[in-house]
Ligand binder design. Structure first.
Ligand code: ADP
Ligand code: MG
Length: 730
């Protein structure tokens, strides 16, 4: 074993499991202790300020300066009381990470005395220099200023003695430079549209929120081994490595008992998460070795997404203490499962109803069907956009890779619900008297809760599956900011509900009874959206053929998939609903593309470096050993045929090594040439095709030969930790 690998494994074996100290016996004792949540606001704010914040959270009304001052002062008192020295606006720029710039609470008066300050202005708005954040052509350098503005719907929290205030991030000219701004807009419009539709069934509904429960998958790799893999360090995934003799084929990792060192890590990040009010509930081993998952109790979608971003940060931080590296890359290891971030998504009313949970009466089930069918229709109409929101250099390895949802967007309902929709579609003859129609259907509709109870089959191969009381968007990548896919879903559904209401109202105006009008339009939608529904195996080749017949798109190329961000359909959708304008969409399109191109570029560079400076020299070293040994054989064995018999296999190996090293060297050169050709092109949008179709294929081609060499070369000198070491040491 090479010294690098030996040392890494040595270090790992001598590593004690860090002790985890629980702040208290019960989680509820310390849950949200680092959050300026409603109970704390009540304690630290005047009655008036508190009422104003609640009002702002519930109705979106702006907070005035006087109230802001009061809130700031209460927040400061609470935060400094807990030892905070700094504050920061905390936002989600389009880098995919969160951003923060810390300022101390400190001020100095005329006499040189220092004191702690924080006022409403600092709470409500900051002006970070935005020039170094991705903007996709939105900002000129002379207007590099960006604004962050407080989002009172997500409470402030303390991390590392810094008070973090969740904010949106917009340009000087008002365009969104982040994920949160359009997400909040999409949630607002969905609220209005969904509330209007709910009122057909229940006049007392006055607010609808989207709920999100994410499941976060991740890998853990020991830090020492990680550091010995430059590809992991720079790209988050292994660009080479032969499959381990054993990986996930025995299915012995999923749900098995959690290794001690991993469990200590989980406990510790969960403590941190709980203190921050992130309601982590579930932890388990995932399918692949060293792959794990955690999931919270679902929350309002914007808050849930903030919590997911915050948790990812905490997980990275706590991993350091436990000498792990947490990998959020969607496909860190070839040949075994990658990681996703399933988005469980539903809608809830302020009257306490989950709109995707069937009720006990025909009326509540008609409400359920209304939302179900409108969602299916929205997904059908905007499937290309949904795919674009989850496409990335990392997630591209998963989509359609036979272990994760395909690049074809379809909806799974479960056979019974699927049948039910078919019945509705067929059972209502157009000409039948309206009264009969609803009577007929109500009989069936009343049965929904019953049929759902025993409809527990889960289709793991569907990108968008109904799971009893919510939809699960399973195609989202583990490293993705959920806001992207969510805001697309919210906006598509809001738009669809507005359309639905228009059509139903038109029928009502013609004198048709409300329930009948609703059913008639639903029936029309069921027909129109039918071919996005798929109950079969999403991984099968037959589905690819079938989907093609149905006219569903199957876009696996990233450059093509991203085009949906700026299609007329998408621009119309977002502009019509005031969520994003064409300029903002073009900027997002460009940012996603540039990110893709840069990631492939980095992968290509580091692979070239490893191939030429690590792998080839190692292979040649081993080859030379073999050559020397053949020469030495010649010296001691005189008989030609004896020599032939003894040396031929070694000579064969020498030739194999020659073949692979030559291929690696040639291909690396070709890959560099392709990069050069691509780099002449100024703009990422025009460059992506070259990077995706000309440069990227070399990553796999070169890897093939390196992985072959790994099987040939003496283990003692192989420089990089192998898959079996990376995946089975913890
Ligand atoms: P599974 O792996 O079987 O899908 P998990 O328990 O791992 O189930 O995850 C289920 C997730 O779905 C949890 O995060 C949970 O909070 C979430 N969830 C449950 N009900 C809803 C809902 N109404 N809206 C949004 N998310 C929900
Ligand atoms: Mg799930």
């Amino acid at each position: 074993m090479s010294t690098i690998r030996f040392n890494a494994l040595e270090e790992l074996n001598n590593r004690p499991v860090p002790e985890v100290v629980f702040p208290s016996e019960k989680i509820s004792d310390y849950f949200a202790s680092d959050v300026f949540d409603l109970p704390k606001m009540q304690k630290y704010l005047s009655k008036e300020a508190y009422t104003n914040v609640i009002n702002s959270i519930e109705t979106g009304v702006k907070i005035n300066r006087k109230t802001a001052d009061q809130i700031a002062s209460g927040m400061k008192e609470w935060a400094t009381g807990k030892g905070a020295t700094h504050y920061t606006h905390w936002f989600h720029p389009l880098t995919g990470n969160t951003a923060e710039k810390h300022d101390a609470f400190i001020s100095i008066d005329q006499n040189g005395n220092s004191f702690e300050t924080f006022d409403g202005e600092l709470l409500v708005q900051q002006e970070p220099d935005a020039s170094s954040f991705p903007h996709g052509g939105l900002r000129n350098t002379f207007e590099a200023r960006g604004y962050t503005a407080w989002d009172p719907t997500s409470p402030a929290f303390i991390v590392d003695k810094t008070l973090c205030i969740p904010t949106i991030f917009v340009s000087y000219t008002g365009e969104a430079l982040d994920y949160k701004t359009p997400l909040l807009k999409s949630l607002n419009i969905l609220d209005t549209a969904a509330t209007d539709v709910c009122k057909y069934f229940d006049k007392s509904v006055s607010k609808v929120i989207a709920t999100l429960g994410w499941e976060q998958e991740y890998f853990l790799v020991d830090e020492a081994l990680f550091k010995a893999r430059p590809d992991l360090v720079l790209t988050g995934r292994t660009l080479m490595g032969h499959a381990s003799a054993k990986d996930q084929q025995l299915s012995d990792h999923y749900f098995s008992s959690i290794p001690e060192r991993v469990l200590a890590y989980m406990k510790e990040f969960e403590i941190e998460a709980h203190k921050l009010g992130i309601p982590i509930k579930t932890r388990h081993n995932e399918v692949a070795p060293n792959q794990f998952e955690c999931a919270p109790i679902f929350e309002e979608a914007n808050l849930a997404n903030d919590h997911n971003q915050l948790l990812m940060k905490i997980m990275r931080k706590v991993a350091k203490k436990h000498r792990f590296k947490v990998l959020f890359h969607e496909k860190p290891f070839a040949g075994i499962n990658g990681s996703g971030k399933h988005n469980n998504w539903s809608l809830a009313t302020d009257t306490g109803v989950n709109l995707l949970k069937p009720g006990n009466t025909p009326k509540s089930n008609l409400l359920f069907l209304t939302f179900l069918v409108n969602i299916i229709t929205a997904v059908k109409k905007h499937s290309d956009l949904l795919r674009a929101t989850i496409m990335s250099a990392g997630n591209q390895h998963r989509l359609g890779a036979n272990e994760a949802p395909p690049a074809i967007i379809s909806v799974f309902l479960g056979s019974k619900l699927d049948d039910m929709l078919n019945k509705i579609e067929q059972k209502v003859p157009e000409k039948k008297k309206s009264q009969d129609i609803s009577q007929n259907l109500k009989l069936d509709i009343a049965k929904i809760p019953e049929i759902l109870l025993d409809n527990t089959d889960r289709n793991r191969t569907s990108p968008f599956a109904f799971t009893g009381n919510r939809f699960e968007f399973r195609a989202v990548g583990s490293n993705e900011n959920n806001a992207g896919p969510l805001l697309a879903l919210n906006t598509a559904l809001a738009d669809q509900l507005i359309q639905f209401k228009k059509e139903v109202d038109a029928l009502i105006n013609e004198g048709i009874k409300k329930d009948d009008a609703v059913l008639r339009i639903l029936r029309k939608y069921i027909k129109e959206s039918k071919n996005v529904r798929f109950e079969g195996n999403g991984y099968s080749d037959d589905w690819v053929k079938e989907a093609k017949k149905r006219g569903l798109t199957n876009i696996r190329e990233a450059g093509k998939a991203f085009e949906a961000f700026i299609s007329k359909r998408t621009i119309d959708l977002y502009e019509r609903n005031n969520v994003l304008n064409s300029k903002e969409l073009h900027s997002r399109y460009e940012i996603r593309i540039c990110e893709y191109v840069q990631k492939i570029q980095i992968e290509a560079r580091i692979l070239g470096d490893l191939a030429i400076n690590h792998i080839i020299p190692t292979a040649i070293k081993y080859q030379n050993t073999l050559i020397t040994s053949v020469k030495e054989l010649k010296e001691i064995i005189e008989d030609e045929s004896d020599l032939e018999a003894l040396a031929s296999r070694r000579i064969g190996t020498i030739k194999k090594i020659s073949h692979h090293t030559t291929q690696i060297s040639l291909m690396t050169q070709e890959m560099i040439e392709e990069r050069k050709k691509a780099n002449i092109i100024e703009n990422c949008i025009d460059r992506i095709e070259k990077y995706e179709l000309k440069v990227k294929p070399y990553l796999d081609k070169i890897r093939y030969h390196i992985d072959k060499l790994e099987l040939i070369v003496d283990d003692e000198i192989w420089p990089l930790p192998k898959y079996r070491e990376l995946l089975f040491n913890r």
